[in-house]
Write a protein of this length. Structure first.
Length: 202
């Protein structure tokens, strides 16, 4: 396959902009701003239409370090995922979206996960299924047409996605505890979580 034929995964500007509304520019020191500029995010310039996946991952890393310097890296990424959804939920648009989803009911909301992902990225999809014990399995996948361009790099930050998913589930009133990430290879293009039903034995 020629390089020109490869589909590049990107994250759209409103997601990146939301990240920097959460981590305000003044919280970033000169060295962190320099690192962001080196990967293609100049906070003194308008945001681009979309950003490459390495740029997005780099931005999440810098912001996790700035916002949660006392936490281990994986936990900091989880918290960034949580806070990004919470921040959106406090905006006028976010309140309206989550009110609508709660009106639909959490089960109908599950069918909209992929639509939500694809409003912010061009490469992610999701599926859900119920397990015999009443738990919910949620699987995030990178669409196959993007695998070649990623090479050996995973297209999923599993800890960021875990925080994102847990907060979304809470906001729509889903009756599940926090998701448990299942074992995966670092380069996997899939992340699977098991969400135990509230009230079920741990």
């Amino acid at each position: 396959m020629r390089m020109a034929d490869l589909k590049e995964p990107v994250v759209f500007s409103h997601v990146v902009e939301s990240l920097f509304k959460l981590v305000r520019k003044e919280r970033l020191n000169a060295e962190q701003r320099k690192r962001l500029k080196a990967i293609g995010i100049d906070l003194d310039q308008p945001f681009l239409v979309a950003y490459s996946l390495p740029t997005w991952f780099g931005a999440v890393g810098v912001c996790a370090e700035a916002l949660f310097p006392e936490l281990p890296l994986e936990e900091a990424h989880y918290r960034i995922g949580q806070e990004l959804v919470s921040t959106f939920g406090r905006t006028n648009i976010g309140r309206a979206v989550f009110f609508f989803l709660r009106m639909l009911g959490w089960e109908h909301s599950l069918s909209r996960i992929t639509r939500g992902l694809q409003s912010g990225t061009n490469f992610l999809t999701a599926s859900t299924r119920y397990l015999p014990d009443g738990s919910l399995e949620v699987c995030f996948d990178v669409m196959p047409e993007f695998h070649a361009s990623l090479g050996g790099q995973s297209g999923i930050d599993p800890h960021f996605m875990n925080g994102n998913m847990d907060t979304m589930m809470a906001l729509v009133g889903a009756p599940f505890r926090g998701g448990v990430l299942q074992p995966r290879a670092p380069s996997a293009q899939k992340a699977i979580y098991i969400l135990p039903r509230k009230g079920a034995p741990p």
